[in-house]
Design a protein around this ligand. Structure first.
Ligand code: NOJ
Length: 534
């Protein structure tokens, strides 16, 4: 296993949604052995770590994000033996394993919750947020669920409400209870002892709620009741900071581990405030992934994140995950991957850890589903205004055989119909494919310290088409030029760098090593050009 303590800075992290990656048991659901079988593919791609979306037993109200046991493997994914095997085989290939811990809430089928709802004096009762109805009757306060409706669910037998930010099947835990805190910290230990390298923490800044549960202030504008509130009291409470210190100390005692948090309803500055030496290594800021196809917006997102993390934390970037429409569906037109290449080049040359999501490297598009096919609770509730998140969770497209090579018999969500022409096997053989583009840039990032560790300076935009920036170390100076438009554009080398000799380091159109002798460069439509100063 790699001794490089900066693996999480230098490396690429690849998110796998296990249900959809590779099915070896012919039940239509991906599994751990499927992932193990594909490790050589991931190693060849150049991945340094895998983030596994939840693999724990779950009734799947929210597809794994409702956990019924934190220290077991969902039998549909395999066994603990399969997990240990995956871990061992990953480590053999210098691939780290990051588990997704969903500790803000459990499933309502978790034995703790089942106990807690038995009676008010059950020892587990206070492990959750149970409250009497308000004096006027009805829920204890105005908090809403982001998945729709009140955040409070009434239990007729107990005569009390419990709080859930997400589905009713996902009751929030009471992190103020000392036994809850201790038990959940032991969950970290359990997996660290098995050898995992890190964690992604689901909506961690929601763990604590204001102890008095006051009403949230109201806002005038917003589509849903949830959006017409200032979420002042159920997220980002100050008790989170000491807990993060404790989590970090625990992780540090296991060597070179990594913890990245999913921040909920937070600005870039607020997100960055959770990161640093004695806090999280990193947290997700959504601004880049939410940017429309505009140089100005990407520039703003990058500058905001750079400024927010400043020198106290290491940035990270992503364009895709299991909650958002795939970037290829957002940005590309039809089956043309030109924009997918430009956005990949941006992701892989910025300062900060790039996160990829399975299938991104072959430009998988979202599937479209009929109402009756929707499985995601968000889509079920808000159809047709919001069709939910199933679209970006379709099976991985390995080849053009049945079910895209994902499963020999079935598939829990339909496979995208473009799999015949868009799949790993085909793209492997095509030199100009998106897959090979990702591979080359990942390799370049590994080989050049300026790309994985250097500073970042965005150059003044000359027009709305080209995003240009420098990545520098004392020994290396790299210039990245990305043409976001489908037209030829002349790029004028800015004065401060025009007197240097620039050589082509990466291009799909030009000779590598070729010198750029002019002060201006004619960029072809959607061109990625990476130059290095001699
Ligand atoms: C954030 C996860 O990314 C999302 O998929 C899930 O539905 C909620 N947290 C609840 O766990």
């Amino acid at each position: 296993m790699s001794k490089n303590s900066l693996w999480w800075q230098n490396g690429i992290i690849y998110q796998i949604y296990p249900r959809s990656f590779m099915d070896t048991t012919a039940n239509g659901i991906g599994d751990l052995n499927g992932i193990t079988n594909k490790l050589d593919y991931l190693a060849d791609l150049g991945v340094d770590a895998i983030w596994l979306s939840p693999i724990f037993p779950s009734p799947d109200v929210d597809f794994g994000y409702d956990v019924a046991d934190y220290v077991a493997i969902d039998p549909r994914f395999g066994s603990m033996v399969d997990f240990d095997h995956l871990l061992k085989e990953s480590h053999k290939r210098n691939i780290h394993i990051i588990l997704d811990l969903v500790l803000n809430h459990t499933s309502d089928q978790h034995p703790w919750f089942k106990e807690s709802r038995k009676s008010r004096d059950n020892p587990y009762h206070d492990w959750y947020l149970w409250k009497d109805p308000s004096p006027k009757g009805g829920p204890p306060n105005n908090w809403c669920s982001i998945f729709g409706g009140s955040g409070w669910e009434f239990d007729t037998q107990l005569g009390q409400y419990y709080y859930h930010m997400f589905c009713t099947g996902q009751p929030d835990l009471n992190w103020r209870h000392p036994e809850v805190r201790e038990t959940l910290l032991n969950v970290f230990k359990f997996w660290l002892e098995r050898g995992v390298d890190g964690f992604r923490l689901d909506v961690f800044n929601m763990y604590f709620k204001h102890s008095e549960l006051p009403d949230n202030p109201k806002k005038l504008i917003g589509l849903r009741p949830f959006d017409r509130q200032v979420h002042k009291y159920e997220v980002s409470q100050p008790e989170m900071d000491p807990l993060l210190n404790e989590i970090r100390q625990l992780l540090d005692s296991y060597g070179s581990t990594y913890v990245v948090g999913e921040t909920f309803l937070a600005s870039p500055e607020h997100t960055a405030s959770y990161c640093g030496q004695d806090k999280l290594h990193a947290a997700f800021n959504f601004e880049l992934a939410e940017s429309p196809w505009k140089v100005k917006r990407f520039t703003r997102a990058i500058k905001n994140w750079e400024k927010a993390v400043e020198d106290h934390a290491w940035p990270n970037y992503f364009l895709n995950n299991h909650d958002v429409t795939r970037s290829s569906s957002r940005y590309c037109r039809g089956e043309d991957d030109a924009r997918a290449k430009v956005s990949a080049a941006m992701l892989l040359t910025l300062r900060g850890t790039p996160f990829m999501y399975y299938g991104e490297e072959i430009g998988m598009r979202d599937i479209s589903l009929k109402h009756s096919q929707i499985l995601d609770p968000v889509g079920k509730r808000y159809w047709p205004f919001n069709k939910g998140r199933d679209g970006c969770r379709a099976p991985m497209q390995w080849d053009d055989s049945v079910n895209a090579g994902f499963s020999s018999t079935a598939s829990w969500l339909p496979v995208h119909p473009d799999y015949i022409s868009r799949n790993v096997s085909k793209q492997k053989t095509e030199p100009g494919s998106l897959l090979n583009f990702y591979k080359q840039l990942i390799q370049l990032r590994k080989e050049h310290p300026a790309l994985n560790q250097g500073s970042l300076s965005i150059l003044d935009p000359q027009n709305k088409s080209i995003l240009s920036y420098l990545r520098q170390t004392p020994d290396e100076n790299i210039l990245i030029l990305l043409n976001f438009k489908q037209k030829q554009i002349t790029y004028q080398l800015p004065k401060q760098i025009a007197d240097q000799n620039w050589r082509v380091l990466f291009s799909e159109k030009r000779q590598i090593e070729e010198l750029c002798q002019e002060q201006s460069i004619l960029m072809t439509p959607y061109e990625t050009l990476i130059l290095v100063a001699d």
